[in-house]
Design a protein around this ligand. Structure first.
Ligand code: FDM
Length: 212
C-alpha cells in the first residue's frame, strides 16, 4: 500500500464480546502511549457520527429494522468511509487504537447465520491491523459484569454464538489476553504486547490489506 513505510503508525484493533473491557483498555492504552510521547488516536467502529453510522445506531437501538445483509454492508461501508483517513493518519506516523473492526463485522453477522465468505468479501481491501488484541472472556462472565444497555445484540445466547464465530477468525496477527483477570493485569499485558508491535512497525513492517 505504501512506498515509504518509515516510522508509520501502527493499527491496533481490539476485539471481544460485549463487556469484555475493550473500551476501558483502549482508553488506558491511549493515555499510556501519549505519556510516552507517541502520536496516537482512539477510534471505534461502528463510528456512529457519520450518516451511515446513524443508520447503524438506529438499528442497534431497535429504532429501525433492517435485513441482515443490509446491516452487514452498512457496517462495512462505515469502515470504508474511514479507510482513506486511516491510511493518511498511519502514514503520517499516528498509531490508531481501534475498538472493533472487520472481525466484529464477520463474527456478529455469521452468528446470525450469514455465510462466512459472503461476510468477509466487503472487508477485502481495508487496511489489515498490525495487531488484534482479543480480550477473551466467557459469555457468562461478561454477562455477569452487568452493564448491557439493552442494545440489539446484548443477549447471552447470541453472545455465545458470537464467541464461537470469533474463534474462526483468529490468525497470526491475534494476541489473546485473558480478560477475566483484574483490569490492571490486563492493562499491563496489553501495554507490553502493543509496545512490541509499535516498535516493529516503526522499523518498517509493511502495511497490508485484509484478508491476506
Ligand atoms: N457490530 C460491530 C457488528 O455487528 N458489526 C460490526 O461490523 C461492528 C463494528 O455492533 F454488538 C456490533 C457489535 C456490537 C454493536 O458495538 C455495537 P459497540 O462496540 O457496543 O458500539
Amino acid at each position: 500500500l505504501s512506498a515509504n513505510n518509515e516510522s508509520r503508525g501502527t493499527l491496533v484493533v481490539f476485539e471481544g464480546l460485549d463487556r469484555s473491557g475493550k473500551t476501558s483498555q483502549c482508553g488506558r492504552l491511549v493515555s499510556y502511549l501519549e505519556g510516552l510521547g507517541h502520536s496516537v488516536e482512539i477510534w471505534r467502529f461502528p463510528d456512529r457520527t457519520t450518516s451511515v453510522g446513524q443508520m447503524i445506531s438506529a438499528y442497534l437501538t431497535n429504532k429501525s429494522q433492517l435485513d441482515d445483509h443490509t446491516i452487514h454492508l452498512l457496517f462495512s461501508a462505515n469502515r470504508w468511509e474511514k479507510r482513506s483517513m486511516m491510511e493518511t493518519k498511519m502514514k503520517a506516523g499516528t498509531t490508531l487504537i481501534v475498538d472493533r473492526y472487520s472481525y466484529s463485522g464477520v463474527a456478529f453477522s455469521t452468528a446470525k447465520g450469514l455465510d462466512f465468505e459472503w461476510c468477509k468479501a466487503p472487508e477485502t481491501g481495508l487496511i489489515a491491523p498490525d495487531l488484534v488484541v482479543y480480550l477473551d472472556i466467557t459469555p457468562e462472565k461478561a454477562a455477569e459484569r452487568g452493564g448491557y444497555r439493552g442494545e440489539r445484540y446484548e443477549q447471552l445466547e447470541f453472545q455465545r454464538k458470537v464467541a464461537q464465530h470469533y474463534k474462526l477468525l483468529k490468525d497470526s496477527s491475534w494476541k489473546i489476553v485473558d480478560a477475566c483477570q483484574p483490569l490492571d493485569d490486563v492493562e499491563k499485558q496489553v501495554k507490553e504486547i502493543v509496545l512490541q508491535h509499535i516498535i516493529a512497525c516503526q522499523k518498517g513492517k509493511i502495511l497490508s490489506s485484509l484478508w491476506s
